[in-house]
Ligand binder design. Sequence first.
Ligand SMILES: Nc1ncnc2c1ncn2[C@@H]1O[C@H](COP(=O)(O)OP(=O)(O)O)[C@@H](O)[C@H]1O
Ligand SMILES: [Mg+2]
Length: 254
Amino acid sequence: MARRRSREKQPSREKQLLNEQLKIEEGIFDNRTMLRIGKLFNKGVLASMEFIIARGKEADVYLADAGEKVGSPLLALKVFRLENARFQNRVKYIDGDPRFGKVKGSVFAIVSEWCKKEYGNLLVAEAAGIHAPKPYAFSGNVLAMEFLGEEGKPAMTLREEELEDPEKTLATVLEDTRRLYAHELVHADLSEYNILLVGGEPYMIDFGQAVHIKHPDASRYLERDIFNILHYFEKKYGIEKESSDVLDFITAPA
Ligand SMILES: Nc1ncnc2c1ncn2[C@@H]1O[C@H](COP(=O)(O)OP(=O)(O)O)[C@@H](O)[C@H]1O
Ligand SMILES: [Mg+2]
């Protein structure tokens, strides 16, 4: 008769399921990424993977069931690519930011630094009280954050939606940009693609490239963010605003 392994030594049912899932996903996740996903599982952040929400050049985003450490049933898992990572041209968003040292090392080290930076930037967004996903945890190249969507259905981007009250939405985006700036951060990749609509409210996402206001290019990035947003609202909704007024509003001392 086959000897039964002791209960303690057997991985939990959930862990077995996750391992099976990860094996299925093996074509997508390399070993190091699987290890990091496993770490989030062990920390009680992650329970199981659901489905892929978006496939990007630098990262894929998945819907997942949250573990007991997260106070909500779902989360979004952003998995930064290790192969074909094009992070070299993004190093400029880290170098020059007084919060970080010089970036060097392997692709894994650079990608992990980027992931950590997005996590840190999301913490600043949370402290600023703006509409953005809450960061839960990160490990290496994997970031767990609040899932934006309703009933498991991922939120649409600003680009994909027809706004009921575009003036109000624009005002919220500019107010959040002001609050973020008051917390010494510039998003630096703000556009209709990096804003999701949840319950009619605009949520900023994709904070990897956000820089501290002391970064030498911070004001150029802020002007570009303002340009992108104003240009979109003017083109699509005919709302005209003077960019210099908006810049003054965002950077005015509190
Ligand atoms: N917290 C989230 N909740 C729901 N969907 C998300 C979340 N974060 C990202 N997404 C989805 O994944 C896409 C890519 O995420 P993003 O952070 O913009 O990465 P990329 O660097 O690839 O542009 C988004 O356009 C959105 O559809
Ligand atoms: Mg994006």
